[in-house]
Design a protein around this ligand. Structure first.
Ligand code: C5P
Length: 285
């Protein structure tokens, strides 16, 4: 096998409850992940000189050891004393540092791809272990699941077998929000203690859109808005456009509006396109 072509999808968090701070500095979470059809394209080609190289259409993307795909390749190459390298070519569509898990998804896709390209025969358990080492959001993407529950750091994954597909309008403000800063400024006293992810899970199972809309939650919102007050105005604009509910994904700044249908999502996007440059219509993948 000389090269592999893979899709690397984004995610939204429909529910993100922070349950406490851990001794290792991270936070315990309960999160409900939705995989969406906004994808980067990745190709992995065998590099016979043993080099790890990254080629990207995104000028600001790091090409060295700061890049999570590079980290994955370097780690596997070392641990398995692999003589080969890899040329990774990525076409970025998922906005960077936006709360959409783009970098984590790229890492997961690279992990799964190199397992095949370098013929490593990693077990499912080993893949999950490597994914957890790279970052909290990486394990979700190695499961090939449209829906999943994440606990602990968000990295202990339980697949949810739901048939429901949702439509959203997604607005990505041109502003970088750093996950560690949001968690660092979080006031645990302001988190919603009573919110229950099982209620949202059940509402999704019953395709009860009003209930789904009512049960969306993100405990990081108060902190995101405290750090970047302008984002509240953007949230209000999306609400006024007629979305059923609006939520930040992960640590933001991406905001998604829940829509009733594809037509509804497109109608919302047409309105929001007048004010924002990065507006997407997305569906569960
Ligand atoms: O795991 P990842 O590298 O994506 O996390 C980035 C930062 O976000 C961490 O360094 C930590 O500050 C914060 N974080 C956290 N609790 C989590 C996930 C992330 O505190 N469950």
């Amino acid at each position: 096998m000389k090269s592999i072509f893979l899709k690397s999808p984004a995610k939204l968090n429909l529910f993100l409850k922070v349950t406490g701070k851990r001794p290792d500095g991270y936070h315990n979470l309960i999160t409900l992940f939705e995989r969406i059809d906004l994808c980067d394209d990745i190709s992995l080609a065998l590099n016979r000189q043993g080099k790890i190289r990254i080629f990207s259409n995104h000028p600001q993307m790091p090409k060295g050891s700061k890049n999570l795909m590079y980290k994955v390749a370097q780690m596997l190459k070392k641990d398995f004393q692999c003589p080969w390298g890899v040329d990774i070519t990525i076409k970025k569509r998922i906005p960077v540092a936006a709360g959409l898990g783009g970098g984590s998804s790229n890492a997961a896709t690279t992990l799964l791809g190199l397992n095949r390209l370098w013929k490593l025969s990693l077990t499912r358990q080993e893949i999950v272990h490597y994914a957890q080492k790279i970052g909290s959001d990486v394990p979700f993407f190695v499961y090939d699941a449209s829906w999943a529950l994440g606990t602990q750091r968000g990295d202990a994954i339980k697949r949810l077998f739901l048939k429901k597909k949702l439509w959203h309008v997604l607005v990505v403000p041109k502003l970088k929000v750093y996950t560690y800063k949001v968690f660092g400024a979080l006031n645990l006293k302001l988190t919603k203690k009573k919110a229950d992810v099982n209620m949202l899970h059940r509402a999704l199972g019953k395709s009860d859109l009003p209930a789904v809309s009512h049960l969306l939650l993100n405990d990081l919102e108060t902190t995101i808005v405290h750090l970047h007050p302008n984002l509240l105005k953007i949230k209000e604009k999306i609400s006024k456009s007629g979305a059923l509910n609006v939520l930040f994904s992960g640590s933001g700044p991406s905001l998604f509006g829940l829509a009733r249908s594809k037509a509804h999502a497109e109608q919302l996007a047409a309105l929001l396109n007048k004010d924002f440059s990065q507006v997407f219509v997305v569906q569960t993948l």
